[in-house]
Design a protein around this ligand. Structure first.
Ligand code: SF4
Length: 252
């Protein structure tokens, strides 16, 4: 069973391909919660849930009543067909954590069909879930934005950084790059050592650092210090363009 939270056509707001016209599929569920990111969402029963900026796509218990259960590949393909693009766009699979479905038949069939139709496929992933590239060679055709979670996510180290998985995703995929979420107060802390230790597994992989924030104001507050950090380290700064343009609005 696959849960789809939303689908929408927009521009890529983060990372190396920022600005590219993209069709987003946001899948429900994640193996983390990232409460350290401090975003709050109110569930249908009034409970305040703390987590990342897409907690509504993470917390199954409180938000899955708004998710769509996908039971056949055709349902996903029908969604794809409902967008009638007269030009080429990218497909971005995000979440939550889309790779929790990496062994689901429906998911694999959808990837294969989208690839056969000429779409470029991108994954937005936390890079902690293993992908079987031999069994599912379609993943070799995909591009992975590896948003490895750092200490500021408050997730346990063992859960968020797995050297073998990171190496496998980088060496087997068509392309991969790192995308770290960083807040001003973490700059100058152990977080820098963590980034160095991750980069040691893949020294040639490009690094994009983007400002933490639940909304436009918070993103802006963290941006200036992060720009200086990127300049000092030789990393690329990645904006969160969708937040600057649409603030906290979803599905755009
Ligand atoms: S890994 Fe990503 S989607 Fe999952 S809780 Fe953390 S930030 Fe959210």
């Amino acid at each position: 069973m696959i849960y789809l939270v939303e689908h929408f056509y927009s521009i890529q707001g983060e990372g190396k391909y920022v600005g590219s016209p993209s069709l987003f599929f946001r899948f429900g569920g994640c193996n983390m919660t990232c409460v350290g990111f401090g975003c709050q969402e109110i569930a249908h029963d009034g409970t305040k849930i703390l987590g990342c900026d897409t907690i509504y796509a993470v917390d199954k218990k409180h938000f899955s009543q708004n998710w769509t259960k996908i039971q056949t590949t055709k349902e996903l393909l029908n969604i794809l067909d409902s967008y009638k693009f007269p030009f080429s766009v990218d497909i971005v699979l995000t979440g939550g954590e889309p790779l929790i479905y990496a062994n689901e038949k429906i998911f694999i069939e959808f990837l294969n069909e989208a690839h056969n139709r000429g779409y470029k496929i991108f994954f937005e992933t936390n890079g902690s879930i293993n992908v079987d590239f031999d069994k599912y060679p379609i993943f070799k055709e995909c591009i992975f934005a590896l948003s490895i979670k750092l200490k500021n996510s408050n997730e346990p180290l063992k859960k968020r950084i797995n050297k073998d998985i990171i190496k496998s995703l980088i060496s087997n995929s068509k392309e991969a790059f790192f995308k770290f979420v960083i807040d001003e107060k973490s700059i100058g802390s152990e977080l820098e050592d963590e980034i160095n230790s991750i980069l040691a597994y893949a020294p040639k992989t490009k690094v994009y650092c983007m400002p933490m924030g639940a909304n436009k104001l918070e993103v802006e507050k963290n941006s200036e210090a992060l720009v200086e950090f990127c300049k000092a380290k030789g990393y690329n700064f990645s904006d969160r363009l969708h937040m600057r343009i649409w603030d906290k609005q979803k599905g755009i």
